[in-house]
Design a protein around this ligand. Structure first.
Ligand SMILES: C=C(OP(=O)(O)O)C(=O)O
Length: 567
């Protein structure tokens, strides 16, 4: 079977298939009201306890992200819902049918409201309802927080709450039916260093819990119930991979330098300050992208200035003296924050998102900037604005930053004089005017995840057109080259924090174009350093024009492959 390899590593283990359970439970009636009522009450307290246990466990590991479970615990105590369910029981329905009807009634009511927050609550109610019905039907499915042994998780998709609460020690790999290289599951898998394959169509129907599964998180190849021979091949690959990781550790303290002395920076992408640990373990020379959305997700209100300050300070202190580039709020697209009430849009990736929200709802932006500036004295900070499409936006954002700095100065709060300010280049219009934008900022970081989708009109999350989503498209690469050239002409450094920066086959070309900083999943840092150490910058620079003259993504890929074979 073939999927899309999104997190490297060989996974070998038993499958644990997360089935969506049917919500249309049969309308059974009961024979004894007392008995049925007792079943319901027992189920309520068991499920509440389960959720509280998951929450406690998740909190120890994940801090704020565990708040996602609070809403679910509250549902098990919701008087209105419970009165409805108990009423159904009195009408003669079985406990599971009563729960089903109650949950569906309220979920549909919430889902029909013109409010994202309420719609989100509908999903929560259904989640809790499924857990209760499963318990009542005796088809309890161990949740990912309490896996009895180590498994490869197979699911249609994994939600942020699944990955936030799962028992990481016992998850050998992820296989999902949907998603692409830049989907939530993929990014989480790489951060957690768990091999993963997405886009495995019909995976949950073909694979059964208990089946032996082996897969390669790089190539996307999966073998179900492999022969002895195949198993041996994969075991050998896994052993080799572990040896190679151990060997790479020797490069941890080394600079990222080519044979002829061109030095670049290899940094890591993180989602929370906790991820700095992994970044340092893998020898990252800083953080090239701190996605601050995670501070805003899975909660009901905006994080306070102080809460944010603590998170930014922690990351800066941990990575000092190396720099941490912190991206201001990039809400929208696939990152919904229901309590902001931004409303449903027909084209969310082209809509009211990121810097567009920050420039209109300036209080949100200012709170974040204040927290960032206050934290700046604890390390080397870079502030980065996402989704810049025009010069006006950069100027407006910088004006708000200047106001915020002045405000802090009058309050007598110290701010580092060395804060760098940069922008993500992820929209073609910004790439095309990067010569002009370069005069306003200290650095560019190319966000290829979005730049690819906006340049080629290919939705980055749609597995149906995943083959069209490629960083090797000559149109994308020409824009990348233009941005680097324009940045350098204005004397600023240019980095890349999209997933393409960690794509082994592409690294030589990016290096040859003059990219100064590569920011990637921590797990890829040492491999990239090893590769760069084998390259000769002057030679590669000489063949960049030849590669960029090729008209197709496949042609470019092939040319890069041949170059790497020839050395
Ligand atoms: C790094 C990027 O941003 P996101 O968080 O949207 O993946 C990008 O677009 O390349």
């Amino acid at each position: 079977m073939m999927g899309i390899g999104v997190s490297p590593g060989i996974a070998i283990g038993k499958a644990f298939v997360l089935k969506e359970i049917p919500t249309n439970s049969p309308k059974q009636s009961y024979f004894n009201y007392q008995e049925e009522n007792q079943r319901l009450e027992k189920c309520l307290s068991t499920v509440r306890l389960q959720l509280e246990n998951i929450r406690a466990k998740a909190e120890a590991k994940l801090g704020d992200k565990a708040q996602i479970l609070d809403a679910q615990i509250l549902i098990t105590q919701d008087e209105e819902l419970l009165t409805f369910v108990r009423g159904k029981l009195k009408e003669g329905l079985s406990a599971e049918a009563a729960v089903h009807d109650g949950v569906e009634f309220y979920a549909e009511l919430l889902a029909s409201m013109d409010n994202d927050y309420m719609r989100e609550r509908a999903a929560d109610i259904r989640d809790v309802g499924q857990r209760m019905i499963r318990h009542l039907l005796g088809v309890e499915q161990s949740d990912l927080a309490h896996l009895p042994e180590s498994y490869i998780i197979v699911a249609h998709d994994l939600t942020p709450s699944d990955t936030a609460t799962m028992d990481q020690e016992r998850v050998l790999g992820f296989v999902t039916e949907i998603g692409g290289r830049t989907s939530h599951t993929a990014i989480m898998a790489r951060t957690l260093e768990i091999p993963a394959v997405v886009g495995m169509v019909d995976g949950t129907s073909i694979i059964k819990t208990g089946d032996l599964v082996v897969f390669d998180g790089e190539s996307g190849e999966l073998v179900l119930n492999p022969s002895e021979e195949t198993l041996m091949v994969y075991s050998a690959k896994q052993k080799k991979e572990r040896e190679s990781r151990a060997r790479l550790q020797a490069l941890k303290e080394q600079p990222s330098m080519t044979q002829d002395g061109r030095q670049v920076l290899i940094a890591a992408n993180i989602g929370t300050p906790k991820d700095c640990e992994g970044a340092l373990k893998h020898g990252a020379e800083g953080v090239g992208l701190f996605r601050t959305e995670f501070l805003y997700l899975n909660r009901d209100t905006l994080p306070s200035e102080d809460e944010q300050f603590q998170a930014y300070k922690a990351a800066l202190e941990e990575m000092a003296p190396n720099s941490v580039i912190i991206r201001t709020l990039d809400v929208g697209g696939d990152k919904e924050i229901p309590y902001l009430g931004l409303g449903k849009e027909s084209n969310p990736f082209l809509g009211y998102r990121a810097i567009r929200v920050c420039l209109r709802q300036t209080e949100i932006f200012k709170t974040q900037l204040r927290a960032l500036l206050r934290a700046s004295v604890y390390g080397k900070l870079g502030i980065m604005y996402p989704m810049i499409s025009s010069l006006d936006e950069v100027r407006q954002a910088n004006a708000i930053l200047a106001d915020t700095k002045a405000e802090l100065a009058t309050e007598g709060i110290a701010v580092s004089p060395d804060v760098e300010v940069g922008i993500m280049i992820e929209i073609p219009s910004a790439a095309l005017i990067s010569d002009i934008l370069a005069k306003e900022v200290d650095f560019f970081s190319i966000g290829t995840n979005d730049l690819i989708q906006y340049t080629t009109a290919v939705d980055r999350l749609n597995e149906n057109i995943a083959s069209l989503y490629t960083p090797y498209h000559p149109g994308v690469l020409r824009l990348v080259q233009k941005v680097i050239e324009n940045g350098h002409n204005s004397g600023i450094w240019v980095g890349m924090c999209g997933e393409a920066a960690g794509e082994t086959a592409l690294i030589p070309l990016l290096l040859g174009m003059g990219l100064d900083e590569f920011s990637m999943s921590a797990i890829s840092v040492l491999e990239a350093r090893e590769l760069i150490g084998k390259l000769n910058y002057a030679e590669i620079q000489a063949w960049v024009p030849e590669v960029l003259a090729i008209g197709t993504a496949e042609g470019i890929k092939e040319a890069l492959r041949l170059k790497s074979i020839r050395g």
